[in-house]
Ligand binder design. Sequence first.
Ligand code: ZN
Length: 436
Amino acid sequence: MCAAGRKEWESTLLQLGRRPVRTATLTLALLLAAPGTLTATAAPATSRPSATTVLAKRGDRSATVAAAQRLLVAVGVPLAGGVDGIYGAGTTAAVTEFQRRRGLPQTGTIDVGTATLLGLVPPTPLLARGARGAAVTQLQQRLIAVGIKLRGGADGYFGTATAAAVSAFQASKGIAASGALDAGTDAVLAQSVAALAPAAPAPAVATDGTLAPGSRGTAVAEVQRLLAAAGFAPRGGSDGIFGNSTTSKVKAFQSSRGLPPNGIVDSATRSALTAAQPTGNAVSATGATPAPATGDGSPLHLDFFPLPATCNLRDSFGHPRSGGRKHEGIDILAARGTPIYAVKAGRISAMGRNYAGSLAGNALTLTMPDGTYFFHAHLDHYPDGLTVGSNVAAGAIIGYVGSTGNAGTPHLHLEVHPQGGAAVNPYPLVRSAVSC
Ligand SMILES: [Zn+2]
């Protein structure tokens, strides 16, 4: 940044009492939960500030407006009326033009993202190397959806590969490649994801059920699950966004089945996908266990993998345990303190505390409206504020991996009880919720 530019934002920071920096931090969850992306939240949903915090808008008169006007002029955006410190029609048009050029949502107001790209506030990192969790998974899924290569896929860990992917995205958008997610990069990424959708407010699913690149929603997530189960897992998992990775997997699947590889999920592709589903864990010829169903008869599936994605999964359901017990769930190994995500939206119906001689240790039950419940054991601890009765979104953090109770190595013991009944093998459900 040139000396003049730096002086601009230093004075702006003084004007605003460093408000932009705080604001950017406070709006992290929100900026990440852009429309159309997954509904993961780090905590039970409560009321939140508005989606894009506005720093300056039409009608304002201030030194901040003048600073913004000088920066707009400096980057060559025509500004009718010149630098006068008044946010009128000319400034609104100039801001809109700046937003159009930079791939930001064209609102005509200066929000944190616009201010960051304009150089009015410094690019505060919202997510950077070392971060973990649902917000990182969501960032990774959005990068993948817009066609950025991400080695390792959406694994919930912000490591070297994610930093490289963020840098690649930034470079592609003319943003200084920092490898960290700031409000400006986040806003441009959100707009890029939004641009995947057809320009017209077309329904997410065509009336004939055809899904095409740009489609979104639960029908897309279902197709992604079918693709994964057929061995063509999109790298972003079942994120409900029909982006580049899903398109290439649909094409690969179509080629493998002798269908025209057009990347569109039409009725022929859908039939082939249904036919390609493995039957070993569903209804088998020997008349064994049907796939678990929800209260309305639809098949049960997980909206979120219960941990940051891992391919280190083993089916240990039914294995013998001490005292003649059988293993009622599966064990997923993970480091102590790894966040545990709600696999579905639901209500925390029980929270057990560890005690001497306890088998389950700190153990939590998440119950869906149809009575289906998920039992999680051996937790190290629970997130602050989580109580019995808390409603949680799919992907919310509900605990941390540990080894409380009868557990040697830290791991998550997970059971699933469809519609409140006996435990069924969670392995196929968990396996289909991760791309490996
Ligand atoms: Zn276990």
